[in-house]
Design a protein around this ligand. Sequence first.
Ligand code: FAD
Length: 478
Amino acid sequence: MPAPVIVWFRQDLRLADNPALSLAAASGAPVIPLFVLEEGGRPLGGASRWWLHHALARLAGSLAALGSPLVLRRGEPAAVLDALIAETGADTVLWNRRYEPDAVAVDSAIKAGLRERGLTVRSHNAALLFEPWEIRNKSGDPFRVFTPFWRACLGAPPPPRPLPAPVSLTSPAKPVTGDALDGWGLPPTKPDWAGGLREAWVPGEAAAREGLLDFLDGPVATYGGDRDRPGIDGTSRLSPHLRFGEIGPRQVWHAARHAADARPGAAPGVDAFLREIGWREFSVHLLHANPGLPDTPLDPRFAAFPWTDDAAAAGAWRRGRTGYPIVDAGMRQLWETGWMHNRVRMIAASFLIKDLLQPWQTGEAWFWDTLVDADAANNAAGWQWVAGCGADAAPFFRVFNPILQGEKFDPDGAYVRRFVPELAKLPDAWIHKPWQAPPAVLCAAGVTIGRDYPAPIIDHALARDRALAAFKAVKGEG
Ligand code: FAD
């Protein structure tokens, strides 16, 4: 019997298009699938812990069906791997790469250490269409502007076709023990606030594949316009599946291209959708080139930005009690379901940063804790983009008006009515500015401002002037 091969799962919780797993299966050697609950690094947020629990439960079921159960261990990955190698006599360790700076440091040290001891270690790409070192500008540097980046991606040879899931795995001669998933206590219990997450999501590889196919069968055709309408289910909702690697971007790419060939009318929607997959790719490449992205502004001028520290205002924002319905609907959607529509993420983030002058890192941390798709690259890049200090970012002086944004992108108020039910009976004309509604309209809708729904915590016009003045000071024009 050849020595076992360890496949170390991390952000690739799937069987299909998993190069590390496929290579292990093809070796014919016994395969030990491993997941390590790591100590060190940034702790996962609450919503991510909930997702991880269910993703691991499903992955464990699929691996057991193939013949080799998932082994769960907790600790420093280097020590966990050392112990497992000593126990089993494994001579090979395979994994798919990750790109967060602290994870890269951990993985590089482990790879060097194991190789020094004569083990075979191989890492693969399962998370990206292109590796960060494959897409470079003419000077050989990473791109900092999205459009030429995406053009370069589209001009490169297409990403390889996804690998099929292995049909079976050889199990190790002696069963390998591990922790019980329930013992990790990943989902919340006291209190159990995950009811909305359970209603909104089915984690796992099968649900990810189904979600992709459903999206490509229907909404993708009108994605170009609908993707900005939070009241419509017009986007794929694949983000948590992509975050945990229950589906990979190569699978998305090839399935989407196939859908465009089969249904030419859907081609513009497919292109627009793949462009967003491109933004995900761009964020990871940015993080890889700028390890400080999660907490340090890429534009160094912003290090001196005169942020205010207003715990009450930040608390109202977190709870969805700012008095601006589109912002509050977004923040409540986030709290209830662990996800927020992209358009509303931009509006809510702009409100925190520009209307309330709170540091973008405050918002990044809240999203990190509450999003099921919380991702080091996308989250930080999103916040820096809105703040105006990121790569290819929205200029700081472009301050979103939460009333106009609501009226434009949620014209019938469907989104606000769903997540701010106390305003549900207001007519469309007032749903995004209830404090301006005539008393008779408010009375007919059963709304008393200040009692049923808060008055705006800040006047947007004044807040905008304050933000622009603060920005001028940073730019040295004050
Ligand atoms: P779709 O519109 O169906 O897009 C398909 C996929 O493309 C998404 O699943 C996602 O992987 C990727 N994508 C889409 N839009 C973006 C974008 N603007 N930037 C990068 N990738 C994108 N996305 C995360 O996955 N994790 C985060 O932590 C995260 N934080 C964000 C914070 C802020 C302040 C902002 C403005 C955006 C953030 N995004 C984040 C990006 C985006 O909002 C979500 O990816 C998107 O809403 C997910 O919904 P979907 O899967 O239906 O997207």
